[in-house]
Ligand binder design. Structure first.
Ligand code: ATP
Ligand code: MG
Length: 476
């Protein structure tokens, strides 16, 4: 496979990736060809090969209908699943690969219905024409490796733009979810949206209302977990899409924060999201990211104008937690995500009662207990929620939080120590020494506890032996 639009090093990269995919892709391609069917690598897989970021998932497309696909792959696949079969997709696992084989489609939306109507097509070109963006509408036929790019996807890929293959109005009318997918790819790939596509998206934003909550949730979640969520959310808000799928976000634009330092709570929120992301240790943490995005959504409802021009937002964390729960439930997020994110929103201000370190041990314990398994994320959210431009103030806050974390660690250590017991209990001591309950048992217990603290665990046998020696030296 080669194409003159690619630089030499791009071509080498593409060839190397294709060599990795080829064994499985060619084998399957030959299997389909032998039975008189077409098969092509398509969509995200082709795009990602050119971007040098292929995972273990491959999207494939064929003229064979799902029942026929099942027949063809049955003896070849390690396992097969059919949850997507109503939409024309058969899933296959082979070795380390996950393959999604989708029958050529030309689906469109009934303007009033929420469900895409699935109509099978009979050729690759029509299938590519109904895909969301030109960069996702390239294909490589198998097993021959003929590159098919009728909509200039490769050019868009080097220009990093998202453009619908046909007229954008028609495309977004057929499936309004594509507008949201544009924002998702802006975040994931760092692309921009081509002008006519952007204009249609802005005009038609309201059409997103007919799309089901599950599909919207899937794209929003991919958006927030992408590399550039600020750009994705900015597109959502500026185009008017956010007003329909996440109305709490654009509403933050009107709010001035309590220190009058930031343009508005909206900008503060995007910075907090970015700062939270910078604190992640093991890749995207959706719970932390959603909590960062939603932590202040209670502010518009709780804003009060106080004397001397000050503004307050009393209990915005409580109101915000309720709003968070409502929004995430409406978007059909899993239960644990809903409860974790809303709990973090509720707790995000707790630290600010800490002042300069005057919390009692009991207050620190309560903080830890209330955060539970979310403690580590609460540390990150609280640290990220400081966007003051006053360096000294920011440093002071950060030091105060360091101090809180140290106290938490110290208390935890102390509590661990408090839990330490000798390796023999009172009954065992009485048995070993042949004595009845009394002061001797207490003394022996103290000796064993000291030894346990000095030497750690040495085992019951060694402890018994040491107790005998101690008794000989101290009791006779
Ligand atoms: P990734 O899998 O990395 O999230 P992807 O581009 O593969 O990205 P999928 O949702 O897996 O995205 O879809 C696979 C392909 O199917 C897309 O590349 C695109 O060609 C096509 N596609 C998916 N959803 C739509 C849609 N709503 N309208 C048109 N085409 C779509
Ligand atoms: Mg995919």
């Amino acid at each position: 496979m080669s194409d003159s639009n690619l630089t030499d090093s791009q071509q080498r990269g593409v060839l190397a990736l294709f060599r990795r995919i080829a064994p499985v892709a060619n084998e399957l391609g030959a299997l389909f060809a032998d039975r008189g069917h077409e098969l092509a690598l398509v969509g995200g897989s082709v795009r990602d090969v050119f971007l040098g970021r292929i995972g273990n998932d491959l999207d494939l497309t064929t003229d064979a209908h799902p029942a026929r696909v099942l027949e063809i792959v049955r003896d070849w696949a390690d396992s097969v699943w059919t949850i997507g079969i109503d939409f024309g997709t058969v899933g296959v696992r082979k070795g380390g690969w996950v393959l999604e084989i989708t029958t050529y489609r030309s689906e469109s939306y009934d303007p009033k219905s929420r469900k895409p109507e699935v109509v099978y097509g009979d050729n690759l070109e029509d299938d590519l024409a109904r895909r969301d963006f030109a960069v996702n509408a390239m294909a490589v036929r198998l097993p021959g490796h003929e590159f098919v790019d009728p909509h200039g996807g490769l050019g868009d890929l080097s220009a990093k733009v998202l453009r619908t293959p046909g007229p954008p109005e028609r495309s977004f009318d057929d499936d309004p979810l594509r507008m949201l997918r544009a924002a998702r790819f802006v975040s994931q790939l760092g692309f921009t949206v081509e002008q006519a596509t952007l204009a249609a998206l802005t005009d038609m934003a309201e059409r997103i209302e007919i799309v089901s909550a599950e599909r919207i949730q899937g794209e929003l979640d991919k958006l927030i977990c992408g590399a550039r969520p600020r750009e994705g959310f900015t597109l959502l808000v500026d185009s008017g899409l956010a007003a329909h799928v996440l109305p709490e976000l654009p509403k933050l634009r009107l709010e001035i924060d309590e220190h009058h330092r930031h343009k508005d709570v909206y900008e503060h929120t995007l910075i907090v999201l970015e700062q939270a992301i910078a604190l992640e240790e093991n890749g995207p943490d959706r719970v932390l990211r959603w909590a960062a995005l939603l932590h202040d959504i209670g502010k518009p409802k709780t804003r009060r104008h106080e004397s001397a021009g000050r503004v307050s937002f009393h209990h915005h964390e409580v109101v915000g937690a309720q709003m968070t729960k409502k929004r995430l439930v409406e978007l059909k997020f899993p239960k644990d995500v809903v409860s974790d994110v809303s709990r973090l929103v509720e707790l995000h201000l707790r630290f600010h009662g800490y002042g300069t370190g005057e919390w009692t041990d009991s207050a620190v314990r309560r903080y830890v207990r209330d955060a539970g398994h979310l403690l580590d994320r609460l540390h990150k959210l609280t640290r990220a929620d400081c966007t003051t431009r006053n360096k000294r103030k920011a440093q002071a806050l950060s030091r105060t939080y360091d101090n809180l974390e140290q106290r938490i660690a110290r208390l935890a250590d102390e509590e661990e120590l408090a839990k330490i017991r000798p390796e023999l209990d009172g009954n065992e001591i009485q048995q070993v020494l042949g004595v009845a309950p009394g002061p001797v048992v207490g003394k022996a217990y103290k000796f064993l506890l000291e030894m346990r603290l000095d030497k750690g665990m040495i085992g019951k046998d060694a402890a018994t032996e040491a107790l005998r020696v101690w008794a000989e030296e101290n009791l006779s």
